[in-house]
Design a binder for this molecule. Structure first.
Ligand SMILES: [Zn+2]
Length: 458
């Protein structure tokens, strides 16, 4: 990070006041943070910070290191358990916690939170509304330990990603899709309105036939998409027909994957029904989202092609069905139980799995609830943690995160206890560092950072 950038960030932080106005009880906790900042201001652009914790999980080897020390400099991890500590480093002892790499959720919708109004949002919400939602829900998400998301949320989360990288907003790093691609009247279009109300085209992601699909891919990428999201089949949360029905043809999806690949971009396919899943896998998408009706043939095809399954199963416990239209409720009742059984078979067969939750369909911030379902469906806790670190980083195509090692981004979280013995501790994130910057530190039940931020202080 160039010095000027760092200085600008520091100035902003000071103006925002989150380094000052600390109540007496929190002063000790803050001394180390603000000390590091004033080090930077006195001319040393990248002072080291030393994090100490009782344990650190190396997700690659599966080894739990005791009495862990992580040296952070600038926005990167400089070393893990080095023989010698850098001189004059500012230390933070986090105590009896386990350090983990910041989690990655490969399927979020940060712009909104599902509820009774969800089916009219399309014609009542402005982009400004969506953007403010993304700031709020992004804040909640990153404080829950999810320091990177792959988000399917239009221009709002493209902008959120930029603001987070600049240090303007506290939120997760974003790999955005901009608008999802879908057929006219399909799950990625918005249906249920009279003709003439919100009729949209390739720029908004609604595209029919290979050439329009190519146009739609190019337009999303032009405006910031780093992944293409598509609806290969119908879905639950929409007012169109059978939930499993294939929507894009194989030909359309092949055109989509080919065009995206020319730009170095992968395709993520929302898919419930078997025909649509199989067509998407054959077309070469990088991931199947939801994957409700997996057949044995699809399972072996996904293994052969290295296609990730992004299961999104925690939401089944938390989706507010009573607030949703009857058609949506009946579709949910068909799909949700089947989705978990498919996951169980995919885990047993060794299909590559990346962590994803469909955040927004359940209350933002509960993302870690997904780990428990993976473990219940037969995954070891270590493999479950890998889905949100190594595997998700691989799916997103980012090699600078997902493991605590020298040279990686200093996206570091801490949970109490040992997550290999009790995966539910992932719901209780006590500390979050984003790019070398502590943004959450719970002590005595209070978040010493969140308390200065208002919204999203969980
Ligand atoms: Zn989704």
């Amino acid at each position: 990070m160039p010095t000027t950038f760092r200085f600008r960030w520091i100035t902003r932080a000071l103006v925002a006041g989150f380094l000052f106005n600390v109540p007496a009880s929190a002063q000790d906790a803050h001394a180390t943070h603000s000390g590091a900042m004033s080090g930077a201001m006195s001319g040393d652009a990248h002072p080291a910070m030393v994090l100490r914790a009782a344990r650190l999980l190396d997700v690659r080897s599966g080894r739990m290191l005791e009495n862990a020390v992580v040296v952070v400099r600038g926005d990167r991890i400089e070393s893990v358990n080095p023989d010698q500590l850098p001189e004059g480093a500012h230390e933070m002892d986090l105590g009896d916690v386990t350090l983990l790499p910041g989690f990655i959720d490969a399927h979020t919708h940060l712009v909104s939170q599902i509820g009774a109004g969800s089916f009219t949002d399309a014609v009542m919400q402005t982009l400004a509304d969506a953007t403010l939602g993304a700031v709020k829900y992004g804040g909640i998400t990153v404080r829950a330990g999810f320091t990177t998301v792959r988000d399917f949320g239009g221009d709002a989360t493209v902008a959120l990603g930029h603001a987070v990288e600049r240090g303007d907003v506290v939120g997760p790093r974003v790999v955005p899709s901009r608008n999802p691609l879908g057929i006219t009247g399909g799950h990625c279009d918005i249906t249920g309105f009279a003709p003439g109300v919100r009729e949209v085209g390739p720029e908004e992601g609604v595209a029919d036939g290979p050439w329009e699909v190519v146009e739609a891919v190019r337009y999303q990428i032009k405006h910031g998409a780093q992944v293409i999201k598509t609806c290969a089949t119908a879905g639950v949360l929409s007012m169109e027909g059978p939930v499993g029905a294939q929507q894009y043809s194989l030909e359309e999806m092949e055109a989509m994957v080919r065009e995206a690949a020319r730009h170095g971009v992968k395709v993520a396919a929302h898919a419930h029904g078997s025909d649509g899943i199989e067509a998407a896998v054959r077309a070469g998408v990088a991931s199947i989202e939801h994957g409700s009706f997996l057949t044995e043939e699809i399972i072996s095809l996904m293994k052969e092609k290295g296609t990730y399954l992004v299961p999104t199963t925690y939401l089944a416990d938390r989706i507010p069905l009573d607030q949703l239209p009857a058609l949506v409720r009946s579709k949910a009742e068909i799909v949700l139980p089947v989705m978990r059984e498919s996951l169980r078979r995919a885990v047993a067969a060794g299909v590559p799995i990346a962590f994803g939750t469909d955040a927004g369909v359940y209350p933002h911030g509960e993302n870690a609830g997904e780990f428990e379902i993976y473990v219940r469906m037969g995954m070891s806790p270590l493999d479950a943690l890998r889905t949100a670190t190594l595997n998700a980083a691989d799916l997103l195509g980012v090699d600078d995160r997902g493991v605590l090692a020298a040279g990686m981004l200093a996206d570091i979280i801490a949970v109490p206890g040992n997550p290999l013995e009790d995966i539910t501790v992932t719901r209780d994130v006590r500390f979050v560092m984003l790019g070398g910057r502590p943004i959450k530190h719970v002590m005595g039940g209070m978040d010493m950072h969140g308390m200065h931020h208002g919204a999203g202080g969980r």
